[in-house]
Design a protein around this ligand. Structure first.
Ligand SMILES: Nc1nc2c(ncn2[C@@H]2O[C@H](COP(=O)(O)OP(=O)(O)OP(=O)(O)O)[C@@H](O)[C@H]2O)c(=O)[nH]1
Ligand SMILES: [Mg+2]
Length: 326
C-alpha cells in the first residue's frame, strides 16, 4: 500500500466499490482525492484518480447533463459561497433576500432538496451564493459534501430563536469528520500531509427578531467570535446590507481596475484577487499569455506616485488601477 493512506481514504474507496451510479462513483473518487495525504508518494495515485474522474465526468455529461447540473454548481462571479446549516434556519430566505434566485421558503424543515445558485451584488462585485438542503446530525449526502468542498467559502446559518450552540456543534462535528475545518487555516505548505480542507466561514445567526434579549446570539459569539466572523440578522426584515458586507469581507479579496494607455479605467468591472496579490498574478488572472508577454506596468494607488512603473513582483492594494504594457 503506498504512502500511509488514511482510514477516511480507505472508507471512501470502499464506498467507491459499492457505488451504483456514475455520479456516486465520481463523488467517492473526489472524496478519495480530498482526504489523501499530499506528498511525492501519492503523486501517481492522485493523477490516476483525476483521470478516472475526468473520464466518468465525460460520460455523464453526455448522458444526463441536467441531472448533473443540480449536484455540481458551476462557479460564477468573484467567489462561490455555499449557504449551509441545520433545517429551517432561514437559508433559503437569505438567498431569496440578497440574490436574484427565488428558492422556496417554508415554515417546515427539509423544504430545500437541491442546491440553487443566485448572484449577490455587493458594490461593484458579484458573488455567487448557493442555497443547499439542510445539514443535520446525519452525514451530508455525497453531492452536498462536494458542493461544500468546492465552495470558496461558507455561510453557516443557525436559528437564534433556539439554542444555536447545539445546532452548530452538531454541524461542526459532521464537517470535521469529513476533514473540513472552519477558518483560514495554515499555509498550504505547512499542511501538505494532513489533507485537511479549510473553509473561510461567516457564522450567521438568523431570526434575531426572536432572540429575546439577544441571549442566543451572545452565546454564539462567545463560542465562535474569536475564530470566525459572526453576525446576527433578521432575514425577513429586508435590511441585509451588513450581511453582504461581511460576506464580501470574509473572502479576503481585493479589487483592481485596468486601463489602457491614455484611457480611463472601468471602475464598474474590477478584477478580483486574493489580498496581497502581485502584478504578475493580476496579469495571469486576465490571461496566462498576458502575464508572459507583459514587459512592465504602470500603477495608480499603491505605487510611490501615480503612474509609476512597477515590476511583476509589485504587491497591489485594494483599489489600485493598473496599465499593462506588452
Ligand atoms: N421570525 C423570523 N422568521 C424567519 C426569518 N428568516 C426565515 N424565517 C422563517 O423561517 C422559516 C424557514 O425558512 P427557510 O428559508 O425555508 O429555511 P431553510 O433553512 O431554507 O429550511 P430548509 O430548506 O428546510 O433547510 C420560514 O417560515 C421563514 O419565513 C427571520 O429572520 N425571522
Ligand atoms: Mg431551504
Amino acid at each position: 500500500m503506498p504512502a500511509n493512506l488514511t482510514p477516511q481514504y480507505l472508507e471512501a474507496e470502499r464506498n467507491f466499490h459499492a457505488a451504483k451510479t456514475t455520479q456516486e462513483k465520481i463523488a467517492c473518487l473526489e472524496e478519495m482525492l480530498a482526504v489523501m495525504p499530499k506528498h511525492k508518494g501519492t503523486d501517481h495515485l492522485r493523477a490516476e484518480l483525476r483521470t478516472r474522474i475526468a473520464n466518468l465526468t465525460k460520460s455523464i455529461d453526455k448522458k444526463t447533463a441536467t441531472q448533473h447540473a443540480t449536484t455540481k454548481i458551476e462557479k460564477a462571479g468573484a467567489a462561490q459561497v455555499a449557504v449551509i446549516g441545520p433545517p429551517n434556519t432561514g437559508k433559503s430566505q437569505i438567498v431569496a433576500a440578497i440574490t436574484n434566485a427565488r428558492p422556496t421558503v417554508a415554515a417546515y424543515p427539509y423544504t430545500t432538496q437541491t442546491a440553487m445558485p443566485g448572484m449577490m451584488h455587493f458594490e461593484n462585485v458579484q458573488i455567487q451564493l448557493v442555497d443547499t438542503p439542510p445539514l443535520g446530525e446525519q452525514p451530508p449526502e455525497w453531492w452536498l459534501l462536494n458542493i461544500i468542498r468546492r465552495a470558496d467559502a461558507l455561510l453557516i446559518v443557525v436559528d437564534l430563536s433556539q439554542d444555536a450552540l447545539a445546532q452548530d456543534d452538531a454541524l461542526v462535528t459532521v464537517l470535521t469528520e469529513k476533514n473540513i475545518r472552519l477558518g483560514k487555516g495554515e499555509e498550504p505548505e505547512n499542511d501538505e500531509e494532513s489533507a485537511v480542507n479549510y473553509k473561510k466561514t461567516l457564522i450567521v445567526g438568523n431570526k434575531a427578531d426572536m432572540d429575546t434579549g439577544g441571549n442566543n446570539y451572545r452565546a454564539l459569539k462567545s463560542r465562535f467570535g474569536e475564530q470566525l466572523p459572526t453576525i446576527a440578522i433578521t432575514a425577513t426584515s429586508g435590511n441585509l446590507d451588513e450581511l453582504k458586507r461581511k460576506t464580501y469581507q470574509m473572502l479576503d479579496v481585493m479589487r483592481v481596475y485596468t486601463k489602457t494607455p491614455g484611457g480611463k479605467p472601468d471602475m464598474t468591472d474590477p478584477i478580483i484577487l486574493e489580498r496581497d496579490s502581485t502584478l504578475e498574478m493580476a496579469a495571469t488572472s486576465i490571461h496566462k499569455s498576458l502575464a508572459l508577454r507583459m514587459k512592465y506596468a504602470r500603477v495608480w494607488g499603491s505605487g510611490k506616485f501615480d503612474g509609476v512603473m512597477v515590476k511583476r513582483d509589485h504587491v497591489l492594494q485594494d483599489g489600485d488601477i493598473i496599465e499593462l504594457h506588452v
